[in-house]
Design a protein around this ligand. Structure first.
Ligand SMILES: NC(=O)c1ccc[n+]([C@@H]2O[C@H](COP(=O)([O-])OP(=O)(O)OC[C@H]3O[C@@H](n4cnc5c(N)ncnc54)[C@H](OP(=O)(O)O)[C@@H]3O)[C@@H](O)[C@H]2O)c1
Length: 350
């Protein structure tokens, strides 16, 4: 696990705790943390506070593991890498590891590359066929598979069934994103966000727009042809610890009614969820009739943080409208990446 001390990295530790198929045997972070045990590295040097952000504590065995310098780690010391580091560091570190082993990443560093699929469980895992191209072109034994941005995640999970059933023309989305999405460092200053909403997240809106097209695109030959859906996003930071809430308006290609939309959303992802993968939820989308749902505090943990909760479903002159809540550090980062790895393991592709 690379980036083990960060917010997303800690969620990897939680997602892999007592995992039936994968075992954590090595941890890495920056040179600042290297040389300490994981328990020591989590402790803020100045205040002594333990900076652990998940609900369940790490196991004593994991707390005792030494943290290595990610830029120095032996790329053959494990069977697969999970990586949760900033994009600049990922650009350097991930290829060195991918030359030898599979790397499942939460960073944006390689998402735009033509031979790199952006994996979303249940939505586009057919695009993982691209890793053969990636290996051949780059001469790697392993590969890099990134997840999308955590804000793209909930959106594409709900758009996929709508695309399949009715076609998509345009999407307008406004997010109210949880604080953990900004990471631990530099994160969001408490005094800036308390009693407040921050109306801008640098780079986020562009990422949501083009990533959605790529994730919903088609594998054509040795590349992905993006879906031409137009996505207009406004991304804001809300005073919520965890969970991204998004209001979505979708202009569909074909006219429909709410009953058909409900069917499409509720039946989505059955195949993936029936495979017996350890991190898969019972359903990918949970639909709420209560007009006061979904809410991040009540719904982010649905399906162990892997189910996207949808409510306020309605059709008006503009299009189909709904509100969704998606867990940004679970489905949108660590546990989502673990589920992608599980599906590849079950297919005999790891
Ligand atoms: N937070 C989320 O909800 C979320 C969701 C989806 C994707 N992501 C992506 O996941 C990645 C990590 O985000 P985060 O929120 O977990 O950030 P974070 O809390 O700031 O953690 C960053 C991690 O990267 C390590 N690191 C920093 N510089 C490094 C370097 N030069 N070499 C090796 N390791 C280095 C840090 O180690 P030290 O402790 O040693 O500094 C720490 O473990 C980012 O690419 C982010 O965009 C995050």
């Amino acid at each position: 696990m690379i980036g083990a001390t960060g917010v997303a990295g800690q969620q990897f530790i939680a997602a892999l705790n007592a995992h039936p198929w994968f075992e954590i045997t090595a941890l890495a972070a920056s040179s600042r943390s290297a040389g300490q045990s994981y328990g020591e590295a989590l402790r803020d040097r100045a205040s002594g506070a333990v900076r652990w952000y998940c609900d369940d504590a790490p196991s004593p065995a994991v707390l005792a593991l030494p943290v290595q310098d990610a830029s120095q780690i032996d790329p053959e010391c494990v069977d697969i890498f999970f990586a949760a580091i900033e994009s600049d560091a990922a650009r350097e570190i991930e290829p060195r590891l991918a030359a030898h082993r599979p790397v499942f990443s939460t960073a944006s560093a390689f998402r735009r590359d033509a031979d790199v699929p952006i994996a979303v469980p249940g939505v586009n895992l057919d695009q993982l066929a691209l890793i053969d191209v990636q290996r051949r072109r780059r001469g790697w034994k392993g590969f890099v598979i990134p997840l999308p941005n955590c804000t793209t995640m909930g959106l594409v999970v709900t758009l996929r069934p709508l695309l399949d059933a009715f076609g998509l023309k345009r999407v307008i989305m406004t997010s109210m994103q949880g604080l953990s999405g900004a990471g631990r460092s530099p994160g969001v200053a408490a005094l800036d966000v308390l009693d407040n909403i921050i109306p801008f997240i640098s780079g986020e809106e562009e990422k949501v727009a083009w990533e959605t097209g790529k994730v919903l695109g088609r594998l054509v030959g040795e590349t992905i042809e993006p879906h031409p859906v137009v996505v207009s996003a406004t991304c804001t930071r809300a005073n919520v610890r965890e969970g991204h809430t998004e209001t979505v308006t979708v202009e569909l290609e074909r006219a429909t009614d709410l009953a058909a939309v409900r069917d499409a959303l509720t039946s989505f992802g059955r195949e993936l969820c029936a495979r017996g993968l350890p991190s898969a939820p019972e359903r990918l989308i949970a639909l709420h009739d209560d007009p006061f749902r979904p809410q991040p505090r009540l719904d982010r943990e649905a399906g162990g943080g892997m189910t996207t909760s949808v409510g306020r479903l309605r059709l008006d002159e503009v299009g189909l409208r709904y509100v969704l809540v998606s867990h940004n550090t679970k489905m949108g980062a660590a546990k989502g990446a673990v589920l992608v790895a599980e599906s590849m393991a079950a297919d005999g592709r790891l």
